[in-house]
Ligand binder design. Structure first.
Ligand SMILES: [Zn+2]
Length: 424
């Protein structure tokens, strides 16, 4: 009986203190839903997400730092709003599963008859140029090339990585891949398309019917979404939580990338930190920034550090959350080696409270929005979770594939870490 009571009390405390898991699930699910269009640049996906975040800030009761929650900025981006069709032998291929369009590709409505180019030819500049010349001069039966490099060493593949972009300046390229697809955002447009196809569906000497439409937007306007929760304590330190809310958006009419782990999960965690600290006031000032344009090359955070709405010098520490949906194998902290004292404190909180299985240490890297702050001297950690969910930048990074197993532990860790700042 006593045990049962202790257990019930534990569950109750656990759920009321940091137990906003249902909220986090609701927010993540919304951000991943088709209405949010993969939070990219087709059908206003990023702005729909920004509006949603602003409404959540309002519901929580955190105020805007300036006149509104939004900080606007513009950049060029290549998009695929409509047609995304490809056929081989009259068999319709599924975008995102059988084939993937390079994010910088140009529109293409044609029948491709590609010449197979091996790694050996691709690495021999003279022979490669001769092949391309034949295609351009129409002295060949082909109108494009297909690269099938098979199982090459990582070094050779690196050597070959840029060749497709050089060739795509002249002719369309099909690239056969035998690994998982990984999409990204294109900031420019090539003169021709590059289409990746899975090894399993590839057949040589075939005609590929392609109908792909891309639109380059020279000036796409997006927005960071910023909220502030000041402390009642005078001379309080300022801690900043950041997470990018954008993802890759749509690849044609039927395919979008939900970006569950990357980074609906981190956005939801940022909002749940705002909610927690609104209900449990901290002795620190807290700034929350949901960044746009991360997947397009850390564009939103770069804009922010160059047009800060709060002096960067005022920021005592920044915690960037990106890929927060798992944690079975612990978390990794980027910039840990730059801030040994803070990292030791994080470790101690973890050990004392028996939270995560491990906290891995990593040096500085340019792999998320903390990066620009680091270059400007703002102390920052970038935290990401690790676990069996390896879906990354593909159509399988869904809400359903997120475990959130360590969500409560990470929240506890972050709350205690922030609370420690007024004592240090
Ligand atoms: Zn990300």
């Amino acid at each position: 009986m006593r045990n049962l009571l202790t257990y019930l009390l534990f569950i109750l405390l656990y759920n009321t203190s940091f137990g906003q898991i249902a909220e986090v699930r609701r927010i993540t699910k919304s951000l991943c839903s088709p209405e949010f269009q993969g939070r990219g640049y087709v059908n206003g996906g990023d702005s729909i997400a920004a509006q949603f975040i602003a409404e959540e800030y309002k519901k929580i009761g955190v105020r805007s730092l300036k006149r509104s929650y939004f900080q606007y900025f513009s950049f060029g981006v290549n998009t695929f709003p409509r047609k995304m069709e490809m056929k081989i032998d009259e068999k319709e291929l599924i975008p995102g599963i059988h084939f993937l369009i390079d994010p910088s590709s140009k529109s293409c409505e044609t029948i491709l008859k590609p010449k197979l180019i091996s790694a050996k030819i691709a690495l021999n500049q003279e022979r490669l140029i001769a092949e391309i010349k034949e295609i351009i001069n129409k002295t060949s039966a082909y109108n494009s090339v297909v690269f099938n490099f098979g199982n090459l060493s990582v070094d050779s593949l690196k050597l070959l990585a840029s060749i497709k972009y050089e060739v795509a300046e002249f002719v369309p390229v099909i690239e056969v891949v035998n690994k998982k697809f990984m999409w990204s955002v294109g900031r420019d447009q090539l003169k021709n398309p590059i289409i990746q196809v899975q090894d399993s569906i590839f057949k040589d000497n075939k005609e590929w019917k392609v109908d792909i439409e891309s639109v380059f937007i020279e000036k796409h306007t997006s927005q960071n979404v910023i909220a502030y929760l000041p402390s009642k304590t005078k001379k309080a330190k300022t801690i900043v939580f950041t997470a990018h809310y954008d993802h890759l958006g749509r690849m044609g009419l039927s395919t979008y990338f939900p970006g569950g782990n990357d980074n609906a999960s981190g956005t939801a965690m940022l909002l749940s930190m705002a909610k927690y600290f609104k209900e449990n006031p901290s002795n620190c000032n807290l700034l929350f920034i949901a960044f746009a344009g991360e997947e397009a090359g850390l564009v939103g955070s770069e804009y922010f550090v160059n047009h800060p709405t709060m002096k960067l010098k005022k920021m005592d520490f920044l915690i960037n959350l990106d890929i927060m949906g798992s944690g079975e194998e612990g978390i990794t902290v980027v910039n840990a080696t730059n801030f040994e004292t803070e990292f030791a404190r994080l470790q101690k909180i973890n050990d004392d409270n028996q939270l995560l299985t491990q906290i891995k240490k990593r040096g500085p890297t340019k792999n998320s929005d903390h990066y620009w702050f680091t270059t400007k001297g703002v102390p920052a950690f970038f935290i990401y979770t690790q676990g069996p969910n390896k879906n990354y930048h593909d159509v399988f990074d869904t809400y359903e594939n997120l475990s959130f197993v360590e969500y409560n532990d990470i929240t506890t860790l972050l709350v205690k870490f922030v609370e420690g700042f007024d004592k240090h």
